[in-house]
Write a new protein. Sequence first.
Length: 267
Amino acid sequence: MKQTKVQEANTIRFGSGKVEVGQDESSLVNLGAMRDVQFDETWEKVQVRSDNAGIVQAGIRDHRAAIAGSLMEINAENLHIIRGGLDNFETETGDTITGEEQKVNSGQWSFNELILIPDQARKTNISITAVEGNGAAYTEGPGEDYVVAEDNQGNKGVIIFDTATTDEDHDLTITYDYDPIEAKILTSGGRINLDERVARITNYDEDGKAFEITIFKATPEEGLTIELQGDHEEDPAVVPIRMTGTIDDNRDKGEQLFKIRDEQGAL
């Protein structure tokens, strides 16, 4: 016998989620592959009792929320972001590579959309020197054929405009110089203050609709634990993280801790 029936099937959630952390909502960085992703909210319950009329007031204090999981991609730069300015981060680079060419076939790009230089996690000081379409040189600049631009994470690329010279049927060649990153270095010790970060989980359904939880003012709950596995183990090393959010007094009451934005359950 059934006691009830499903009320809204689109509010049943499947799958894990993408975890992002950044200085603000416009600079969130995807932390990549993870396990055990979760969100939880906690508080201390407060009850004011009378001698003769029971509980006269109930409330909470120390209202907190957290996003947690285990990083499978142990990226020193992402750890630096998560750890809220506690560390120093720098890169070691090799000799400058000049005249690197990126080929982009027609059908793989569109006007007015950012075409990114590939593999920027291993490249720095990127300088785009030329763009050609089917061998015709494009001109850079506002009102011309293309401009050099960046996304909100600082990744560099070009945007092609619809002009007398350009055509979406063109195969593109983007030429650029860069310094190859040979090592990423995180150093720590001596700092005690943590900068707040925005932390977010986003779950997507099969239609690409998002179920999104954002914590506005989060800091890491604990230090790093990296347990390397045996040489014959199949599982990789993981890094557990927990970003705990506290009340942001700069926001209006009722929205100072976290936000849930649900496209999947919208009617």
